[in-house]
Design a protein around this ligand. Sequence first.
Ligand code: NJP
Length: 240
Amino acid sequence: SRGTAVVTGASSGIGAATARRLAAEGYDVVLAARREDRLRALADEVGGRAVVCDVTDAASVAALAEAVGGECAVLVANAGGALGTDSVVDGDVEEWRWMYEVNVLGTLRVVQALAPALEASGAGHVVVMTSTAAHVVYEGGGGYAAAKHAAGALVRTLRLELLGRPVRVSEISPGMVATEEFSTNRYRGDAEAAAAVYEGVAEPLVADDVADCVAWVVTRPPHVDVDLLVVRPLAQAAQH
Ligand code: NJP
């Protein structure tokens, strides 16, 4: 085994694809998210462990760290999401708060809880899933971009803090990926609105495209440090 790999947000989309990919690479995967039925089914499929965890809840994250144990080779801090109404002028403050809780503070909690186990592994690796929205802003995406910019600042600061320790830190910033983010989370099941998001992006990435990036980053030789990997659908490249 290559050691334990914890993936948050492993119940769907990029996280589920990443868990499959890392299991295939020989990691003992720990799948964390809130939807237990999905986690259990995936854990059975890949031979991993399901740990129900809400990254917005400190006790829940502490229980995840407890379940992981003393050593963790890889943490993929991927749990996150966007909501539809994140205008600056008339967006709902509570929706902005939700995006901060899950994308920023959720990542912070998980990184803090697992940092000792990552260091104890002797060659830990933290991968934080931000977004192209961590680097650019776009109209209608103010809350998400603000939260992902903050998550980006978090991961870049973490790199500085961990310099000289046996933990590598990488940020992966995907563009548009066809997952549940835009069907269930962002647009709350409104299929028409979800389809509209993909307008102008004829062929969005699929979750496996991003999972491939995660697997590539964490399987580089120990002296190779991948700082930031930005991956977009070709059709989006001209936009931002
Ligand atoms: O979306 P989706 P993605 N505690 O909705 C989990 C970023 N990204 O795969 O708890 C714990 O299929 C949720 O699990 P559950 C995006 O911002 C995406 O696209 O069971 N887990 C589910 O497993 C996010 O950071 C695109 O509901 C929580 C997962 O998060 C990451 O990619 C573009 C949770 C979300 O899976 C994966 O999103 C981009 C909580 N409180 C960045 N709340 C894109 N799709 O286009 C949610 O630039 N989760």
